[in-house]
Design a protein around this ligand. Sequence first.
Ligand code: G6P
Length: 613
Amino acid sequence: MCGIIGYIGNEEATELLLNGLEKLEYRGYDSAGLAVFDGRNLKVAKSKGRLKVLREVLKNNGGLKGKAGIGHTRWATHGKPSDENSHPHVSTLRKFAVVHNGIIENYLSIKNFLISKGKKFSSETDTEVIAQLLEYYDNGNTLDTVVKVLNDIKGSYAIGIIYEDNPEEIIAAKKDNPLIIGIGENENFITSDVTAIVSKTKNIVRLKDSEIAVIKSDDVIIYDMNKNFVKKEIKVIDWNIDSAEKCGYDHFMLKEIMEQPKAVKDTICSKIKENEIFFDKFLFSKEYLEKINKIFIIACGSAYHVGYVGKYLFEKLFKKPVEVDIASEFRYRDPIVDKNSLVILISQSGETADTLAALRKSKQLGARTLSIVNVIGSSIATESDDVFHTRAGPEIAVATTKAYSAQLCAIYLLAIYFSRKLNTISLKKYNYFIKELIYLPEKISKVFNITEQIRNFSKNFYQAKNVFFIGRNLDYVVSLEGSLKLKEISYIHAEAYAAGELKHGTISLIENNTLIVATLTQKSLVGKTVSNIKEVKARGAIVLLVVTKEVLLKDEHNLKNICDFVFILPDICDEMSPSVSVVPLQLLSYYIALMRGCDIDKPRNLAKSVTVE
Ligand code: G6P
């Protein structure tokens, strides 16, 4: 949700800022802008539209010269995408320029107050009040002024500030939104995400809530809200530049789909040593696991679908009740959570506002919290009692693929580990699962053998108006993810239905040539799903079957004749089937979106990291 970048050093800032924004565009891309200090004044360029539009604007007006600046790429919350509403926002006397990610909840009352004091507003945004309030409080001491402003504003923010009277520094502050400082040699950066600066430096400091950083080209000083120094450790990130580049692929999404075997391997290997699952960072003792009365799994979007897999697996293997919840619902209902509840939060970014709020609520209610998070040092990772870090590496495409796959592995590992501890699975079963986990990356790679088949299939169906995904049990859960992928990036209406539920509703929408994608990996449910496939066939549907080799070989039901198209998956145990069955669905969405000419990595209206409600 909005990307922030800032630079101060010896190089020309504009190109560095634009390059950084390119990497941040996944966070929002309806408008972009820069403010650069040119040695005398703050100069601002901003425009509605993608970054390339801003580049055009800069080309036409001669560009912005200067060695300190801030930049922003926007996902609109307050005020439609327009030139005026784009960031940076400047104060009436043009002393301050501000970029912001988040929402200032009390902006209206502050705005009215400032208007009564003569400030002239030029946008509909909440952000502009920050710039105006800075100028209102300005007493020449930047830190002092910033603290006063932060004390007045309510809501969430990551902000970057540049001040004309003190252009030797840029200021950054955060609350509930990420902000990272990149430490270079005689140059420093601020950014919402390390991918934007990884080509320049790997040394970073993550700001915590209510910390303020004063950043000069050769120094970074961090204060708390009482203006006391805060000592921070510099961390070295182990991501390489390739993570933020397409490396020959046409899209990040395709690259990330292909990176899934590695993401899965890295995640699994981080927790398996000598054929045993181990967790060195946290301890779930037998006594503790026995006491758990209920597990809640809370997340948004695709991570929520992983949570659903968790429900099926924990209930099947660990034999404890599980509730899976959408974070935005959980936070505003009255869940029966107590000290014997284990709350598992799943989030790629670790910054999703609703998931973070659900985490805080769970802690207030006394539950133990465990997060499954991809971004190290993110808010959710920092605030939860225990963290399982997935090892997917940076994910750039808005539609998640490899992070989803890595999250699935985290769920498998936890479910197997918990179950063995309480003896709800036998040692034999445990050893079998470990073997399956170790072979999982290879099995995912095997699915890539049908990429060409999927591409050819897509050629015939990319103009579909509606697509329905059906399955039972974990095949239903994967259908949810398959249908979300298709909707997100191709804009085709898609629905996932539990195969047995179809006849209670959606079957009325099936007509001649409606495309149905039926997933079939759960061995005990083959007959049941086949009946549902027959029901849609009888109503004229075209059925694409996604099925494991093993199920197809048995084929007591003559599946090959019933279904119109078949994608064959490598054999896999029922419990881990989502890891292979999701791959053709991801590729199908990708190729359909490609043939429809969609902007695959940056689908309309979406953002990757949703840090607002
Ligand atoms: C957004 C993304 C989804 C993602 C969801 C949760 O909506 O577009 O792909 O699944 O947020 O994000 P998180 O970072 O919490 O996993």
